[in-house]
Design a protein around this ligand. Structure first.
Ligand SMILES: C[C@H](O)[C@H](C)C(=O)SCCNC(=O)CCNC(=O)[C@H](O)C(C)(C)COP(=O)([O-])OP(=O)([O-])OC[C@H]1O[C@@H](n2cnc3c(N)ncnc32)[C@H](O)[C@@H]1OP(=O)([O-])[O-]
Length: 717
């Protein structure tokens, strides 16, 4: 709804009221229509101010309403009504003005913003475009290039930047509503005819065609098959080339295409899934809203390799005091320099001081006695990590939380090395740790709810989207990656090439196909894991392609035995100009190696098509996702989907592996898995999971209902 009052004698004050972000629900839209009528018909009122309750102007259209037929007054004529008002209307922008919220402000005649407010048109992140006139008014107000940037990236700008762009008329550090009322009083006698943005001509640009060609090329490259960014460019082009009314018609057409697309539903699912994972729960019944996190003012990071450095930076940027520890003096010096420059660069980008005084360095573990939480980020070796946890347990004061950045080792084993296993959890960051938004918080069988709450809260403080998951080999992300990688290896054995597999996966929307990704992260990482799992050597008298009774592909091991670790050695599944090179080129040597391997193992290459690559790689990954849900390692499909979109570059316009399974149709996924498992009975990861069967038997319910089919989880170790 919207409240109305008359203030300072002649100003009509309209307050949007729909906590927490005053989204433009049907009730709020009706409220605006009613209160605008009141203000315009109140003879004492000379000008109007629109503001938002509780220090937030408006978070945009109510996304929750998108899944049902529209009710209440439509937004476009509502905003047109505000713009056509005979009395000046001023928007008082505090907190946020996003999407439809900014479009409403663009319909006002003046915009006053707090310097810290955030303004933007982020619809592209929801698979949409600014569909209430934003794509037509913004270019007219701030010019085509700036509007293209804001609309295709969906980025937020601060009040200060908005002033520079000409998006707002004034910025204040004081109470914005008071300032807006004063401003409204000052323009009360100025008819707003010249302030109706839709009537502004679109500022001319020396070479529109070149501008839009360049923009479309950049956007298509970044979009990875997403429809919305392309439609955003087309809508702004309409603003630059058509009269307002025709431009609005074009905006309406493009929005209609996007609104009903599966991609928009997938991205809106992802929006709410990112918020749902914050409402975590554990098998014990402990939950986010019944567990108080411990305070973390001072933390220690042990091991300053790439991950340790990124974690230290992210902690300092979150306002936590840090002791960064590395035993190797040379590495310690290098880390100190690297961390300082990362902090300086980050501070420069955010326009704040680098807080270098928040971090200290140590070559021994003694400072652990005086911290609230420790994050261990040493080399991925169980014996080494156990030793570190033994030392920490002896050193730390009671109540210190002990966290490991392991990407898949057993948290319970680490906990059993300490006197207080209830204080041990996994905090699995993703490289680069100060950039990637995802954090897997892993609880062991003895982790206390408070330890989980503390790690989840610290993750939020670090600007991460934290997902609480149970303890098992590889946790959620890496556990699902295993069958995905295996299928890719098997497909090479059966006749295809790394280039073709990667092309299929990148056309699907992954930033990088499985083989380019493997070359980037280093083939030796997976090799060490397979070694630790005792998979490197075939058992006596068994085929080199069988391990523990199942089909196994030694291709990755064979490349590693030849020192082909990927980018870092200049050779992997692809060749690179030099060690550390980034541009992957097909490698004739590798094609020859595959042919020789097939001959050696009596395999005949066959033509493998796009569909088979996609289905075998993705359905095996999804099937493992269903097993993870069945095992209770993840509380719901949202947890898995957020992990894959934010940590493994699963395309957001496909929602995530579990959401996508629902989009494809669970029946089809089941049938295709059964088909491939029949062809490859020696590959257990293709055997459909019981939960999948059960969901199909129960009519393939929508993803948000799957939790009803998950039984009470038991520990997996
Ligand atoms: C016509 C027009 O062109 C088109 C078509 C549109 O306008 S499309 C819509 C365009 N608008 C957006 O894309 C902005 C989306 N929101 C955000 O980016 C952020 O929310 C925020 C505003 C920066 C606040 O962040 P936060 O970190 O302080 O809190 P939160 O946890 O994120 O959010 C707090 C609670 O508010 C809910 N919420 C936030 N924005 C919402 C919205 N627009 N609609 C419905 N619910 C919303 C959110 O789900 C959460 O709920 P719950 O989990 O507590 O139950």
């Amino acid at each position: 709804m919207a409240q109305y009052s008359r203030v300072s004698g002649t100003v009509g004050l309209i307050t949007l009221l729909n906590p927490p972000v005053n989204a433009l629900s049907a009730a709020v839209r009706q409220g605006i229509v009613d209160t605008m009528d009141k203000a315009l018909s109140d003879r004492k009122v000379k000008s109007v101010v629109i503001c938002g309750h509780n220090g937030k102007f408006c978070g945009g259209a109510d996304i929750r309403e998108f899944s049902s037929p529209l009710t209440g007054p439509p937004l476009i004529p509502l905003i047109q009504g505000v713009e056509s008002a005979a009395k000046p209307v001023v928007a008082a922008i505090e907190g946020v003005a996003l999407g439809g919220g900014l479009e409403l402000a663009l319909g006002c005649h003046y915009r006053i913003a707090h310097s810290k407010a955030r303004l933007g048109l982020p619809e592209v992140h929801l698979g949409l475009l600014p569909g209430a006139g934003g794509s037509q008014r913004l270019p007219r107000l701030i010019g085509v290039p700036a509007a293209l940037d804001l609309i295709t990236t969906g980025r937020h700008v601060t009040g200060a930047e908005a002033l520079q762009l000409g998006l707002v008329d004034k910025v204040t550090d004081r109470n914005t509503v008071d300032e807006a009322v004063k401003f409204a009083l000052s323009v009360a006698d100025q008819p707003p005819n010249s302030r109706r943005v839709s009537t502004f001509p679109c500022p001319r640009h020396p070479d529109l065609d070149a501008l839009f060609e360049g923009a479309m090329q950049r956007v298509r490259q970044r979009a990875r098959g997403a429809l919305a960014p392309v439609a955003c460019v087309q809508a702004v082009r309409a603003a630059a080339t058509l009269p307002y009314a025709q431009g609005m018609e074009r905006e309406r057409e493009l929005m209609a295409t996007l609104f009903t697309s599966g991609q928009a539903r997938a991205q809106q699912y992802h929006f709410f899934a990112q918020r749902a994972v914050g409402r975590w729960s554990m098998p014990s019944g402990a939950r986010w809203d019944t567990t108080k996190p411990g305070a973390v003012h001072k933390a220690m990071v042990i091991g300053l390799g790439t991950m340790g450095r990124g974690i230290s930076v992210a902690l300092v940027q979150a306002g936590v005091s840090v002791v960064a520890m590395e035993t190797n003096e040379k590495q310690l010096m290098e880390a100190k320099q690297a961390i300082s420059s990362m902090l300086e660069r980050g501070a420069k980008r955010r326009g704040v001081a680098p807080a270098l005084d928040k971090i200290g360095y140590s070559s021994n573990m003694e400072p652990a006695a005086d911290v609230d939480l420790v994050i261990e980020a040493v080399f991925e070796d169980m014996a080494l990590k156990k030793k570190v946890f033994q030392q920490l347990s002896a050193l730390c004061k009671p109540g210190t939380f002990l966290c490991s950045n392991t990407s898949g080792l057993d948290i319970d084993q680490l906990a059993s090395e300490t006197r207080h296993p209830e204080l041990v959890v996994g905090m699995h960051f993703f490289a680069p740790a100060h950039v990637m938004k995802l954090l897997e918080v892993v609880y062991g069988s003895r982790s206390s709810p408070q330890a989980v709450a503390t790690a989840m809260e610290l993750g939020k403080q670090m600007g991460k989207v934290s997902v609480a998951v149970g303890n098992c080999r590889g946790f959620v992300g890496n556990r699902m990656l295993k069958p995905y990688l295996e299928q890719a290896f098997f497909l090479l054995e059966e006749g295809t090439t790394p280039e073709f597999v990667d092309q299929v996966l990148e056309e699907f929307g992954f930033a990088m196909g499985v083989f380019r990704m493997s070359d980037l992260s280093g083939l030796d990482v997976g090799w060490r894991v397979r070694k630790a799992d005792g998979l490197l050597n075939a058992s006596e008298g068994h085929s080199a392609r069988i391990r523990q009774g199942c089909r196994y592909s030694p291709l990755g091991d064979l490349l590693c035995e030849q020192g082909r670790f990927g980018q870092k050695t200049g050779r992997g599944w692809y060749q690179y100009d030099k060690p550390g090179g980034r541009v992957a080129k097909p490698d004739p040597w590798l094609h020859g190696f595959l042919e020789k391997f097939r001959t050696q193992h009596g395999l005949v290459a066959r033509r493998i098509d796009h569909q088979e690559v996609l289905e075998r790689c993705l359905y095996a990954l999804m099937n493992e996702g269903f097993r993870i849900l069945e095992d209770g390692i993840a509380a719901g499909p949202e947890d898995i989907d957020v992990i894959y979109v934010l940590g493994y570059s699963w395309p957001p316009h496909r929602g995530g592996p579990m959401f996508y399974a629902g989009m494809v149709g669970l029946q089809k996924v089941l049938e295709r898995l059964e088909h491939y498992h029949q062809e490859h009975p020696d590959i257990p990861s293709l055997k459909p999971c019981n939960l999948l069967r059960n969901l199909v038997v129960n009519g393939s319910p929508p993803v948000h209902k799957w939790r009803e089919f998950l039984k009470k989880p038991q520990s997996q170790l």
